[in-house]
Ligand binder design. Sequence first.
Ligand code: ADP
Ligand code: GLC
Length: 477
Amino acid sequence: MASVVHVTSEVVPYSKTGGLADVSAALPEALTRLGHRVVVVTPMYSIVDRASQGIRPTGLRFPVSLGTRSCDFAVFQSELPAGTVVYHLECDEWYGRSELYGTREGDYPDNHLRFAFFAAAALRLVRELDLRPDVIHGHDWQAGLVPAFNRLNPVGSAGVVMTVHNLAYKGLFDSGAVSEVGLPWDMFRPGQGGEYWGRLSFLKTGLVFADAVTTVSPTYASEVLGPEGGMGMDGILRDLGDRFSGILNGADYGAWDPSIDTWLPARYDRANLSGKSVCRSHLLETFGLSEPNGPLFGIVGRLVAQKGYDMVAACLDDLVASGGALVVLGSGDLAVEESIRDAAGRHPGRVGLRFTYDEGLAHLIEAGSDYFLMPSRFEPCGLNQIYSMRYGTLPIVHATGGLEDTVRDIDEVPSGGTGLKFRSFESSELACAIRRARALWDDRDAMARAVQCAMLQDFSWEKSARLYGELYQRVAR
Ligand code: ADP
Ligand code: GLC
């Protein structure tokens, strides 16, 4: 069994902008349950509700210096349900803000300092507490400097793993950041250094100085080795050879299961789906929609180009013409919001929109919809389609990345389909999938079979956590 320190910028239930937060709690917890010794280190954002989350001061404080700057950190502690200890690093200068990474106007301009200090403080904590981990496991660009800092000043003999949750986020900063964050210039070289087209990439720095790199599904792991999926990092990833692999995310069924979900007006399971109808009615009512003649489609997600919602806007007339209705919950890019709002304006009473972040409503949409739409351009793993299956809500997905790995098409696998897929990223293809969804919805027996099959799928974390455990064994020195 390994001793592992996860370094991550968001963790449910303390802070969250997307799936990284879910994974940063569920994976450490699954590893803890397998018997590994696991701690999680994360920033103490001022928006975190300390009192209700059982977060308390440890009394430990230390200064961290980078470049010409020095900051004092205070360490707080809490525990996740299975016992994983979470250390929260407080430094108001960096994390005392209204958001995690930036506002609607853009990213915080000092994010390089915020997350360089985070990486350095996380390593300092490991030393202060004498944790002696076998492995330090960093997530995404926000932890990207952990491998480099650990090379410069190693914390014992720990091996370092980096997980890329999304190659679109490279943590790019002007080259002046190199000295500001205290990196030596020889770590900023092209090729095997952090340089990316003249700028400093925290993500690339993480990839080149880690002992092993993973991403969050096998299909995404093969897509990113090509020029399109690799988004400029494919060469680096190819150079990693067998030090790079894809391990599928899981779902935390303690939080995402309709039989125990306290966010829902009624609970249900495979044997008795009557609670799902209650959720559906409640969902329609919440959005002020009347009962449609066709299926109810749901969307929950960050409104960013990756998610392909512009295609939903393009197909909305078809969706409504076939009798369907749509509810959307999302926040993010204003342009994506506008395109959905414009299209929805043509269909009063048939499309419900909420441009905000709302945990409870996300659960209600998973439960109350007939279909969950996830037409992502690319998707490293995706969690919502996995959750939706457990809620008996069939996912309609573009066959890419983790969506390809987790959903089986009802026509490709007639006796075991769990959703609908379209293979080429075009609105005519999505429109065709929506027509197939309508036809399936009319065939009550076939629909009921697919719902049963979807609800039976088991993507619990244990299997993936075992694969991480094997990786840790290879990486530990
Ligand atoms: P990504 O990490 O790319 O955003 P995932 O599907 O992996 O995509 O994870 C998204 C997570 O964020 C899910 O838990 C989803 O329910 C949640 N989420 C996204 N947008 C919202 C929102 N507006 N309100 C509530 N939850 C949201
Ligand atoms: C990223 C990806 C998403 C993945 C999540 C958790 O945000 O966009 O596909 O599920 O990370 O790994």
